[in-house]
Design a protein around this ligand. Structure first.
Ligand SMILES: [Zn+2]
Length: 440
């Protein structure tokens, strides 16, 4: 649908960091046709099938969440205030074994997608099991996504025999590789401590064979560093380097514990990094040296991680935490300025995934959001980057457009049956509660 949005504050995030007040955006089909300052020419009003007046509103590229486990929204608040190993071994892995199937992933991803769209995320990267359910949910939601089938050397949901995990992931890639222009199927190896060297090499080769992305959690905790050192003689990132699986299509998540040489390995191999500050803080895992990585021109993007370790998928909140935590740790308030952090959720991930999104410019896919700025916590207005990182809440998002299609208008999600999602989530959560009741 051709849509004209006018009289708004337009934040383009282009190479010159152009923003207009007022300005307009004209969308033709699924792409942005024109972005400019002032009022639009009269003919655009007659060409547009839909006209949105955005006075006192800000229009910007939709946010990109670069690491989550969407279906884990069903585990929100299930087990908190625990270290990663106890959290995984006592709660997450056993409950996943008992409950996760395609239906679980479908409803969990619908819930996560609902929350993400509601808070201004128009594209996300996911890694989980039974990912067929995630694809189906994303197609129903109309959200853009990179969906990676999980690989782990334990009996996992839908792959009881770990020897078949690569084959299962291959079937996933084959099945969904051309399903929609909004979906990129990919591969997610859980971690160096849960996958053997053989599994890691095969998983990366599979991703290469299908010319897609390979995700892996790396160097999340100090424990992992010691464990990998003990077993393989190297720290985790160096170990992966020796396995030959680091390249431009490898995306490492967390990267909290890196040596100086490992930062250089990341730069030299073209590996991309996803930073999940809130999950890392909550699990007390550590903090990635993001300012140092950015200084070396390494692409770093933001992720929320799953809802079980965050416990929400609001990227505005994540940006706020990201900007502040590095200042606090380094005792340097000039580190991680708002504009840089905003780019970690828009421009950088678009480059990471080679997608024409993340910037409002002619020819890019029309993935954008409109935020209501007529609210006490957003008065007065001097600088858009400051408000977007330090003051906006995910709940301020009013309208969401993905691939030219209006997905949410005036806070109403179109085409999503929210009562049905709630009923199914309620039923699944009740089963989990019953299962947990002896321990709770
Ligand atoms: Zn994760």
């Amino acid at each position: 649908m051709d849509t004209l949005i006018y009289d708004g504050i337009i934040v383009t995030l282009d190479e010159r960091d152009t923003w207009y007040n007022p300005g307009y955006v004209f969308i033709k089909g699924n792409k942005i046709r024109e972005v400019n300052s002032g009022q639009p020419p009269k003919e655009l009003f007659s060409q547009a099938k839909k006209v949105i007046k955005a006075s006192n509103k800000l229009v910007m590229p939709g946010l990109i969440n670069n690491h989550t486990h969407a279906a884990m929204s069903l585990f929100r608040g299930l087990a908190d205030d625990l270290p990663l190993d106890k959290w995984l071994d006592t709660y997450i892995f056993p409950i996943e074994k008992a409950f996760v199937n395609e239906e679980f992933t479908y409803w969990g991803t619908l819930l996560a997608g609902w929350e993400m769209i509601r808070s201004g995320t128009t594209c996300f990267a996911d890694g989980y099991f039974c990912e067929d359910g995630a694809v189906k949910a994303c197609l129903d939601l109309g959200i853009r996504a990179i969906l990676a089938q999980g690989i782990i050397d334990f009996p996992a949901p839908s792959v009881l025999d770990p020897k078949k995990n690569i084959l299962h992931a291959e079937q996933f890639l084959k099945k969904w590789q051309s399903v929609s222009e909004l979906i990129i199927p990919a591969v997610f190896a859980h971690a160096p401590y849960t996958c053997s060297d053989k599994t890691l090499k095969f998983a990366k080769k599979l991703a290469d064979d299908y010319q897609t992305f390979f995700f892996i959690h790396v160097a999340e905790t100090k424990w992992e560093v010691e464990e990998i050192k003990k077993i393989h003689g190297f720290t985790p990132l160096t170990y992966l380097y020796h396995l030959g699986i680091l390249d431009q299509k490898t995306i490492i998540v967390h990267a909290n514990w890196l040596t100086r040489e490992e930062v250089n390995i990341i730069r030299d191999t073209g590996v991309k990094v996803v930073h999940c500050p809130e999950s890392n803080l909550k699990l007390a895992s550590g903090l990635s040296p993001v300012p140092e990585l950015l200084d070396k021109n390494i692409l770093v993007a933001l992720g929320t991680d799953g809802c079980a370790s965050n416990n929400n998928l609001d990227l505005f909140q994540e940006m706020n935490t990201c900007a502040k935590i590095h200042k606090g740790f380094s005792l340097d308030p000039t580190i991680m300025p708002a504009k840089t952090v905003l780019k970690m959720a828009t421009v950088y991930p678009a480059q990471m995934f080679s997608l024409n999104i993340g910037v409002l410019k002619k020819g890019n896919f029309a993935d954008l959001i409109i935020i209501n700025f007529k609210q006490p916590h957003l008065f007065p207005f001097y600088n858009p980057y400051s408000h977007l990182v330090y003051a906006v809440h995910g709940t301020d998002i009013e309208t969401v457009i993905i691939n030219g299609k209006i997905i949410m208008e005036d806070k109403k999600l179109l085409g999503i049956n929210s009562p049905k999602i709630k009923t199914n989530i309620y039923n699944l959560a009740n089963k989990i509660k019953l299962h947990l009741s002896p321990n709770h």
